[in-house]
Write a protein that binds this ligand. Structure first.
Ligand code: FES
Ligand code: FES
Length: 167
């Protein structure tokens, strides 16, 4: 059924009229030209299409448009820009943590959600566990883990500097 759906997209309210069962991934890429999320498997299994919905990671190839009515969707583009990348995006650039880049969107979105809920700097094992369900066919895992460790280092050293300044 065609429906007008209103939701927040990268911190702006948007509306789209489409079949309510259209996968959110198609809406983001075709209606909003947000090409950060990629079509990988189309089955919710690889993570390439990941976005944040209300701060939680969601695989939007299997999420119908209607499911985001009134909710907050954030894509890779909403995290930062080329001029001003987020701390996670910057770490992936600094570590050159991609080859074909197809998995990078999912890796960055998942890392962002993961680090945002870590109370302390995660171990390498915790990082590997957090990214376990994101597939990389190029075998870039070593650089990806290094990038996440660098982002975590950055995040938690900034946090401890702020605590020290507050003392
Ligand atoms: S494209 Fe969505 S999980 Fe693979
Ligand atoms: S860099 Fe190619 S799929 Fe991960």
């Amino acid at each position: 059924m065609i429906k007008k759906v209103i939701f927040s997209l990268n911190n702006k309210m948007v509306q789209v009229e489409a079949d309510e069962q259209t996968p959110l991934l198609y809406i983001l890429r075709n209606d909003f030209q947000l090409n950060g999320p990629k079509f990988g498997c189309g089955l919710g299994e690889c993570g390439a299409c990941s976005v944040l919905i209300d701060t939680r990671v969601a695989r939007c190839c299997v999420i119908p448009l209607i499911a985001v009515e009134g909710r907050e969707v954030q894509t890779l583009e909403g995290l930062g820009s080329i001029e001003s990348p987020s701390f996670v995006q910057k770490a992936f650039i600094d570590e050159q943590a991609s080859q074909c880049g197809y998995c990078t969107n999912g890796m960055i979105i998942t890392t962002t959600a993961f680090l945002n809920k870590c109370a302390v700097k995660p171990s390498k094992e915790q990082i590997k566990e957090a990214l376990r369900a994101n597939l990389c066919r190029c075998g870039t895992h070593i650089e990806i883990i290094k990038a996440v460790e660098a982002a975590a280092e950055n995040l938690f050293s900034d946090a401890s500097n702020l605590l020290e300044e507050g003392n």
